[in-house]
Design a protein around this ligand. Structure first.
Ligand code: HC1
Ligand code: SF4
Length: 568
């Protein structure tokens, strides 16, 4: 351990601890714009300068270890002046149109400007607008707002192993984007949105589709059906003053009805449907010599990643569509018929924690109903904006329930939103289907938690089923390499593109609370426990749809509507 003085206070920390971390330990928060807890510290912005009284040198606190220092001052006149100057230089090259910025009141640059008490700027304004890049269904880059901190580049490479973006150009004229400013879909971008979640300012955002939804809601001829994804219920509350990870399902449903939706459905229902289809597919592969390990297919950023980088491993992907897409196909067929609504008049809106879902809904093959199965995908953030636009604070609404007859999911459906949840839901069903016995304990603790990589062996009848779970594409890449080399000795693997699963999706509310992901995960496990029915195959609405419409899981009709193919 090393003991140093920071601002006159002794602090003892392990050798190698950064000055930034050591200072945090005694309640001294050194400001930074480029540093992020999920990324390697690079000190690109240099806002975190502090003074080493021994050498009289300025050091960057985010990447310098305490080891060579005896005493650090974080707020001397010299430090404050340097910090202020760096910030003023950034501001001189920034549009400062905070009022109509997506990040207004949630912007790290705005917050820092306020904290540093900056009221004026001696530097000449050199800001010049640059064109917005808006060439794909999910993601918008507005480089006018970019402060070149490099977090997005790092996240794309370090977390998502995608290297889709980098620094282009030279000297002071460099900018961030696809190499040679290629079109997004020609790059290795998988539209996961991880870059959005780490951007400190408004340079990256989802493509806003709220106007299309307002138009449909205002159109008397449209029958508007909303579905809400598992993890939206534990993320949305961040926008309405709830504590992090709080379950706001009933309030959200009430809010969506106030917007004018005709029906509000839980995506957890089609998550249960996915378990029926995917569980049956898995058992088929296991007993008929099909391609193993089988890998889950509900995360569209993940599907993009395999299609772009590992086309030779496509046969390992389950053929099941994601729950979002299964929902669309069922809504414009079975549900429309039950309701007596012409599917051509139906307008289906998904609320997802994900920006890749926007792209997924636009894949040409997603029209099994004879129409576009999903009309618009909104992120959790966009739904929050719609509520606010209509003067709704969901915390003031009485909770309401989803609509039947395809509207309700089980506890197994709800945990889809967290890494390990799809596997746990599948195990609950596969175990009971194979053994015919009831599980004593439905909680498969071995597949839960925040680790990058989890594995377990579960005895299912005569078969010891080996499973693995990972999230974040960098971690998934390691598994894919093992599969390629024939070293992945698993039967079934769950992969989610975003670290932690959908709870940490690129469409979730911005949060400065680093462990929001963990809070949301806990929220979903709590939600699971609160359900009377916690196994997909026991969902009465699922039983009904098979009896009345689909026949058996993996039937011909189920294949037509609920399964898909991939591009290689
Ligand atoms: Fe997800 Fe899924 S869990 S992919 O993370 O399988 O987005 O929440 O809706 O489709 O159900 C996302 C979440 C979501 C699908 C389900
Ligand atoms: Fe990289 Fe994902 Fe952002 Fe694309 S969306 S640039 S893959 S982080």
């Amino acid at each position: 351990n090393i003991t140093i003085k920071i601002d006159g206070i002794d602090v003892t920390v392990p050798s190698g601890t950064t000055i930034l971390e050591a200072a945090k330990k005694i309640g001294v928060h050194i400001p930074t714009l480029c540093n992020h807890p999920d990324l390697t510290a690079k000190s690109t912005c240099r806002i975190c300068v502090v003074e080493d009284t021994g050498s009289r040198r300025l050091k960057t606190a985010c990447n310098q270890p305490v080891d060579s220092c005896k005493e650090i001052i974080t707020n001397s006149k010299r430090v404050k002046e340097v910090r202020k100057t760096i910030l003023q230089l950034i501001l001189a090259n920034h549009p400062q149109d905070c009022l109509n910025c997506i990040r207004n009141q949630k912007c790290e640059l705005q917050e820092l400007t306020q904290k540093e008490n900056i009221m004026d700027n001696p530097f000449e304004r050199i800001y010049e607008p640059v064109p917005i890049k808006d060439d794909n269904p999910s993601l918008v880059r507005d480089n006018s707002k970019c402060i070149k901190c490099g977090r997005c580049v790092q996240a794309c490479e370090e977390i998502q192993a995608s290297k889709a973006i980098g620094f282009n150009g030279r000297s002071t004229n460099y900018s961030i984007g696809q190499a040679f400013d290629k079109a997004t879909d020609e790059s290795t971008c998988v539209l996961c949105g991880k870059c959005i979640t780490v951007c400190p300012v408004g340079a990256l955002r989802e493509k806003d589709d709220t106007e299309k939804v307002w138009d449909a809601l205002a159109n008397e001829n449209k029958f508007v059906v909303f579905q809400t994804a598992p993890s939206v219920r534990v993320g949305l509350g961040d926008e309405f003053g709830y504590s992090s990870g709080e379950i706001v399902t009933g309030h959200m449903v009430a809010g969506i009805r106030r917007l004018g939706a005709d029906k509000v459905i839980d995506t957890n229902f089609s998550a249960d449907l996915t378990i029926m289809e995917e569980g049956t597919e898995f058992l088929g592969r296991l007993t008929n010599g099909g391609t193993l390990p089988m890998i889950t297919s509900c995360s569209p950023g993940w599907i993009n990643f395999v299609e772009k980088n590992y086309p030779d491993l496509i046969d390992h992907l389950s053929t099941c569509k994601s729950p979002q897409q299964m929902f669309g196909a069922i809504t414009k067929t079975y549900y429309a018929e039950k309701l007596g609504v012409d599917p051509k008049d139906m307008f289906v809106v998904s609320v997802m924690p994900c920006i890749a879902k926007k792209y997924e809904s636009k894949r040409p093959e997603m029209d099994a109903s004879g129409y576009r199965d999903i009309d618009v995908v909104l992120t959790t953030r966009e739904l929050a904006r719609m509520f606010k636009e209509n003067g709704l604070d969901i915390s003031e609404l009485e909770p309401e329930d989803y609509d039947s007859i395809i509207g309700h999911g089980t506890g197994a459906g709800t945990i889809f939103g967290t890494s390990g949840g799809v596997m746990e839901a599948a195990l609950r069903t596969v175990y009971e289907v194979v053994t015919g016995e009831e599980l004593d304990n439905v909680d498969f603790e071995a597949v839960r938690g925040h680790d990058d990589f989890k594995e377990a062996e579960v005895q299912v009848g005569d078969i010891p089923v080996r499973v693995a779970i990972t999230s974040g594409l960098g971690n998934a890449k390691k598994l894919l390499e093992k599969i390629r080399k024939g070293e992945a000795d698993y039967h079934f693997i769950e992969v989610m593109a975003c670290p932690g699963g959908c709870v940490g999706g690129g469409g979730q509310p911005y949060t400065i609370k680093h462990d929001a992901r963990e809070d949301r995960m806990e929220g979903l496990y709590k939600d699971d426990k609160q359900h009377d029915i916690r196994k997909s195959h026991e969902n009465p609405e699922i039983k009904e749809i098979y009896e009345e419409f689909l026949g058996e899981p993996n039937s011909h009709k189920a294949h037509e509507l609920l399964h898909t193919h991939y591009r290689n």
